[in-house]
Design a protein around this ligand. Structure first.
Ligand code: SAH
Length: 342
C-alpha cells in the first residue's frame, strides 16, 4: 500500500500505531501532497530512522517517466509512465490560456470496448490506485515546474469501473492541505454506467461529469459502444437529469463526430433534443482516427455546420480544440506502441 492513497485521517490512524504525533503526520502528508516528494529521503525535517522505517514498511510506489513527446505546435506534452509493477499508462499535459491541464488515466487498459478507441484494443489489465492517479499529476508538476489547475479523467480507463479509487483520488486532489485543485476544475468522463452516475450524484462533489454519448439512438450507439447494450439512452438521460438536480452541475455530452456515421442533420436534431432535455453542454470531438479501425472525420466545414445547427437551437456547444496533433494520434497509442516494442 502506498501511503499517498490515504487521506489525513487514515494516515493518522496508521502512523499513530508507531506513536507518531499528529503534527508529524501533518508534516508527512505535506511532503506527499504539497512538496510532492518521490523518495522519503527528501523529508528533511523527519529523522533518518523514521524515513528508513517508512521506506521499509510502506515503500512509495512512484511512477517513472519513461518517455515524453513534446509538440512543436502548442507545447503539449504526452507522457508514458512506468508503474512500479512494470505496467505503462499515459497522460497528457496541455497549456491553455486559463491554465495548465492534465488528462490522466484511471486504469491500465480498459474493458469497455468502444470501437473507435485505442485504449481498449489490448484489453484490461488492472485498476489504478488513488496514489497512481495522483502521481501522474505530481510527476508532471515536478517535470514541468508549472502549476496544474485543471484535471480531466479522460485518459485510458473507465472511471466508473474504478469508482472508489477515483472518488478517493478526487478528494485527495482537491484537499486544501494537498494540491488544492478546485473541484470545479476536475472533469470525470464516463462511457455511461448508470449506477455509477447515480452514486456520484450523492457524493456532494463539484466536479464536472462528462458523458460519452457519441450517438443519439440506441441502435447506433450499440454499434460504437458495447456499454449501450447494458444501459439505454433513456436511462442515461434520466441519470443525467438526476445528476443535475442533485448537484446543480451541468453534465457535458462528449460527441465524437464520425463522418457518415453520426454527423447527419437528423443526428444533430436528435442531439439537440437530448441536450435540451438533460440541460447538457455539448463537446464535439472530431474523431481521432486510429489505424486499427476505419473511422474517418468529416471536413472542417461539416463539423462547423454541425456545431452551428446546435447553436442555432441555443445548445451550448464547443468543438474540442486539438492539441499536440504532431506528436501522436488518439489516446492509448503511446502505450500501445510501447507494448508492441516488447
Ligand atoms: N472511459 C471514459 C473516459 C476515457 S475516454 C469515457 O468513455 O468517457 C475519453 C473520451 O475520449 C471519451 O469521450 C471517448 O469516447 C473519447 N475517445 C476515445 N477514443 C477516441 C477517438 N479515437 N476519437 C475521439 N474521441 C475518442
Amino acid at each position: 500500500m502506498d501511503l499517498r492513497s490515504l487521506n489525513k485521517e487514515e494516515l493518522n490512524i496508521v502512523l499513530k500505531e508507531w506513536g507518531l504525533k499528529s503534527f508529524r503526520v501533518n508534516q508527512i502528508y505535506d511532503w506527499f501532497h504539497v512538496k510532492l516528494i518521490r523518495d522519503y529521503n527528501e523529508m528533511t525535517n523527519v529523522s533518518k530512522e523514521l524515513r528508513m522505517r517508512l521506506n521499509e514498511e510502506y515503500p512509495l510506489n512512484c511512477i517513472k517517466i519513461d518517455r515524453v513527446q513534446e509538440s512543436r505546435l502548442d507545447g503539449t506534452r504526452k507522457y508514458l509512465h512506468r508503474l512500479s509493477d512494470g505496467n505503462y499508462v499515459e497522460s497528457v499535459f496541455m497549456r491553455y490560456r486559463h491554465g495548465n491541464s492534465v488528462c490522466i488515466s484511471s486504469q491500465v487498459g480498459c474493458k469497455m470496448g468502444c470501437r473507435f478507441c485505442a485504449s481498449t484494443l489490448d484489453g484490461f489489465e488492472r485498476n489504478l490506485t488513488p496514489a497512481e492517479m495522483l502521481d501522474q499529476i505530481y510527476s508532471i508538476t515536478r517535470d514541468t515546474g508549472e502549476r496544474i489547475s485543471n484535471v480531466v479523467v479522460m485518459g485510458t480507463g473507465e472511471p466508473m469501473d474504478n469508482y472508489d479509487n477515483v472518488v478517493k483520488f478526487y478528494r485527495l486532489l482537491t484537499d486544501e492541505n494537498g494540491l488544492n485543485i478546485s473541484g470545479r476544475n476536475v472533469t470525470v468522463s464516463t462511457c455511461g454506467i448508470v449506477p455509477g452516475i447515480m452514486k456520484l450524484a450523492e457524493e456532494n462533489l463539484t466536479l464536472t461529469l462528462a458523458l460519452s454519448l457519441h450517438a443519439t439512438t440506441d441502435e447506433k450507439r450499440k454499434e460504437l459502444m458495447p456499454i449501450a447494450n447494458t444501459y439505454s439512452i433513456r436511462e442515461l438521460m434520466e441519470a443525467c437529469k438526476t445528476y443535475f438536480e442533485k448537484t446543480g452541475r451541468r453534465v457535458s455530452f462528449e460527441y465524437a463526430l464520425v463522418a457518415g456515421v453520426n454527423d447527419t442533420a437528423t443526428d444533430a436534431k436528435e442531439l439537440i433534443a437530448l441536450a435540451r432535455e438533460a440541460k447538457a453542454h455539448v463537446n464535439l470531438i472530431p474523431v481521432n482516427p486510429i489505424k486499427e479501425r476505419d473511422y474517418r472525420r468529416g471536413s472542417r466545414e461539416a463539423i462547423e455546420a454541425f456545431k452551428n445547427s446546435l447553436e442555432k437551437n441555443r445548445i451550448n456547444c464547443t468543438i474540442r480544440r486539438e492539441m499536440g496533433t504532431d506528436i501522436d494520434g488518439a489516446c492509448g497509442q503511446l502505450r500501445r506502441r510501447k507494448l508492441a516494442e516488447g
